[in-house]
Design a protein around this ligand. Structure first.
Ligand SMILES: [Zn+2]
Length: 279
């Protein structure tokens, strides 16, 4: 079987010391492409360099809503320059995150040093990048937390890439998924949803149309529950590091959830991945 990771961050410093092992395991596991998202200006050169070194990498460049508040005055030129200079590049990770401005604790370590851009400012940064995706007909990977209504409104009010876009780790309702699907959305299932407390989201993913489904690791984030994580890497500063080859186990879990064989699911997702991302 062939596997495709629709959303990850393999340029992340947590994975760099483990590259020889990680890339050998990905190849041995049958993983064919890994969409590798740069999410800040500092990330972009690392994604470009990794894509040049490892053909499995499908490079993606974007400014994430968490990083929107710290953008430089030249971020737009830098983004376009990376898109132009990197063969096969797509757009992401971009999006809207109301959680960082309404619910995140002031001392959340993951947000240390980041200015939390208000949602209207995030929307401007998102809309410009989504416009580039539309103009170039590139897929865009969208992160959305606590802002699904606003995102739906924004997507309805604008042109969209003809090939579609990805709602990565989609965590909204089934009703909203149907509305996003009408606009061209794909949805990527993530090991996050294997948690016992996420039964509602497993139901959402059981119902998403088969031709709009993908699977992602978000590695090095979101290590699956231990029983569904055949590959492991040492923790960094007490935090779990997700090995991207755990993708295969998440595929198996999704096949079970949708009552299809792993072979049928893998063949469907291969078609979906190629339709959305080209390659
Ligand atoms: Zn991500």
């Amino acid at each position: 079987m062939n596997f495709y990771d629709a959303h990850a961050h393999l340029q992340d410093a947590e994975l760099v010391p483990h590259y020889p092992r990680v890339f050998a395991d990905l190849a041995a596991a049958g993983i064919k492409r890994v969409v590798t998202n740069g999410s800040s200006e500092a990330d972009w050169p690392a994604v470009a360099a990794l894509a040049a070194a490892q053909p499995i990498i499908l490079p993606s460049f974007g400014l994430h809503p968490w990083d929107a508040g710290n953008r430089s005055p030249t971020w737009q030129q830098a983004l376009l320059a990376h898109l132009d200079a990197t063969p096969g590049a797509v757009i992401g990770e971009i999006g809207l995150d109301r959680w960082i401005v309404t619910r995140a604790k002031p001392d959340d370590r993951r947000l240390a040093g980041l200015r939390r851009a208000p949602i209207r400012e995030q929307l401007e940064v998102f809309a410009w990048q989504f416009g580039v995706a539309t103009e170039r007909n590139l897929p865009a990977a969208i992160h959305c937390v606590d802002a699904h209504g606003l995102l739906l409104e924004a997507l309805r009010a604008t042109e969209r890439p003809a090939r579609g876009f990805l709602l990565h780790s989609y965590g909204g309702s089934a009703e909203m998924a149907a509305r996003f699907a009408e606009l061209g959305a794909y949805f990527s299932f993530n090991a996050n949803f294997l948690d016992a407390r996420r039964a509602r989201l497993r139901e959402v993913y059981a119902a998403i149309p088969a031709d709009r489904l993908l699977v992602e690791t978000d590695a090095p984030s979101v290590r699956p529950p231990v029983a569904q994580a055949p590959y492991s890497l040492p923790d960094t500063d007490g935090a779990h590091v997700n090995h991207p080859a755990n993708l295969t186990a998440t595929y198996a879990a999704l096949a079970g959830l949708r009552s299809v064989t792993p072979e049928v699911l893998a063949a469907q997702l291969e078609q979906n991945f190629r339709r959305l991302f080209g390659s």
